[in-house]
Ligand binder design. Structure first.
Ligand code: UD1
Ligand code: MG
Length: 450
């Protein structure tokens, strides 16, 4: 059965108390809506539509980045969830199959749960995802008998008895697209909020003799983000799951509760991660690599057998080949390090390529920025960069070349050459002692006057 997905993301999210649209607040290094888009894309929908409203341009930008194939439609006024889905009508033109409705602020719904809903469609025209709420609060209540759903009543419109129901509406709903859009046409706004409720489609379907069903999931899965406190709670939930998953996948975490993952972190089996490591977006760590304590990684790739840290920072575009060593207080940005290259101490390597087996001495800096433009440094295989070398880019150091410690390298170094770019040392016999004696005498004279 072919599937279309509509994600509702027009709401203001005023309880976030923020200038940023709610669905763009970050969870595990990615905007909330990216989590929903990722799950949605995993279902390989024939159409993916996002309904925007508040902060539409910014939300559309994030959608383009995380799901380029999605169609963004605009809901100028937020008149209710049914009205929001109706905005997708033109984008669904010519589609036939199931339509799934998700919320952009509900990041944890799992693909397996949606698949269970799709399977339940065999018995029901309309399937709603429900959960037993510990505190049902202001959620819509599902009036159901077993798996058969009679109607959904919004909290504001519910009677005392209905409010006592703990089976709640997650908002996720699945039905035949054409049928659902027809039901939405019949939805009115004569209710306590004056809104067009998507939830009214259940009673309307029943009135037409169509059946509706409930699929249940865990409450944590339908957690919606409305406040910063809920966002922080969601982050904690995400991290707890990501740590458990990493352990399950054969990653050693010395202190799991101190390691932070991003939505898309990929770590291979038998990799080791020390305490206090933060993974930003876009990191892959291959099998058997080691990330020692207190490292920060984003947008980078660490190959097999590589060792990073402690106290290292890998920024976007850092590509470490097998057996590369990155030591303490080293920053790597937009640089490719070939097999076995070593940068062990106190260095900045940016906009560079470092050849196989090259050794970069302590305190080396690629001076990549002239205040206006960035320039590249190319270091050949097995080159030896002396400690405290400044490589003023654009510059190339050939294979098996060396630079003397403290050199400022402004010209290319040929293969196999030794480059010395520093003042020559002169020793003046006895001068240190004579100078010290003079300085002490000056100090003593001053003290006498005072
Ligand atoms: C909705 C459900 C409620 C359910 C709850 C779960 C309805 C009528 N009620 O209530 O049964 O228990 O979600 O969280 O559907 N949105 C738009 N455009 C609109 C209105 C909403 O895009 O015009 C989006 C919001 O941005 C949000 C989602 O739809 O992502 C839900 O809207 P919200 O106003 O939060 O609905 P609730 O009152 O929470
Ligand atoms: Mg809500």
């Amino acid at each position: 059965m072919s599937l279309a997905i509509v994600i509702l993301a027009a709401g203001q999210g005023s309880r976030m108390n923020s200038d940023l649209p709610k669905v763009l607040h970050p969870l595990a290094g990615a905007p909330l809506i990216a989590h929903v888009l990722r799950m949605a894309q995993g279902l390989e929908p024939a159409r993916l539509v996002v309904v925007t409203g508040h902060g539409a341009d910014a939300v559309a930008g994030a959608v383009a980045e995380h799901a380029p194939q999605a169609v963004v439609v605009h809901q100028a006024e937020q008149l209710g969830t049914a009205h929001a889905v109706a905005q997708a009508r033109a984008a669904l033109e010519g589609f036939s199959g199931d339509l799934l409705v998700l919320y952009g602020d509900t990041p944890f719904v799992r693909a397996e749960t949606v698949q269970a809903m799709q399977a339940a469609r065999a018995g029901h025209a309309l399937v709603v995802l429900g959960f037993d709420a510990a505190d049902p609060g202001r959620y819509g209540r599902l009036v159901a008998r077993g798996e058969v759903l009679e109607r959904i009543v919004e909290y504001k419109d519910a009677s005392h008895e209905e409010r006592a129901i703990t089976l709640c509406n997650s908002g996720v709903l699945c039905a035949d697209a054409e049928q659902l859009l027809a039901l939405i046409d019949a939805v009115g706004n004569d209710n306590a909020s004056g809104e067009y409720y998507l939830t009214d489609t259940v009673a309307l379907a029943r009135a037409e003799g169509l059946s509706a069903g409930v699929v249940r999931c865990d409450e944590a899965e339908t957690l919606g983000i409305n406040t910063r406190a809920e966002l922080a709670a969601a982050e904690a939930i995400f991290q707890a799951r990501a740590r458990a998953e990493a352990l399950e996948n054969g990653v050693t975490l010395a202190a799991p509760e101190t390691v932070f993952f991003a939505l898309d972190t990929m770590i291979g089996r038998d990799a080791m991660v020390g305490p206090n490591v933060v993974f930003g977006p876009g990191v892959t760590v291959e099998t058997g690599a080691e990330i020692r304590a207190f490292c920060h990684l984003e947008g980078c790739h660490v190959s097999r057998g590589a060792v990073v840290g402690p106290f290292a920072r890998l920024r976007p575009g850092a590509e470490l080949a097998e057996d590369v060593r990155i030591g303490n207080f080293v920053e790597i940005k937009n640089a490719v390090l070939d097999e076995g290259a070593k940068v062990n101490h106190l260095s900045y390597i940016g906009d560079a390529s470092v050849g196989e087996g090259a050794n970069i001495g302590a305190g080396t800096v690629t001076c990549n920025y002239d205040g206006v433009m960035k320039h590249r440094t190319v270091i050949g295989a097995r080159a030896f960069i002396g400690s405290d070398t400044m490589l003023v880019a654009p510059v190339q150091v050939g294979a098996e070349a060396m630079t003397g410690s403290g050199s400022v390298i402004t010209e290319d170094v040929p293969e196999g050459a030794l480059a010395l770019g520093r003042a020559r040392q002169k020793n003046r016999p006895g001068l240190a002692r004579r100078m010290m004696a003079r300085l002490r005498a000056i100090k003593a004279g001053k003290a006498g006057k005072g």
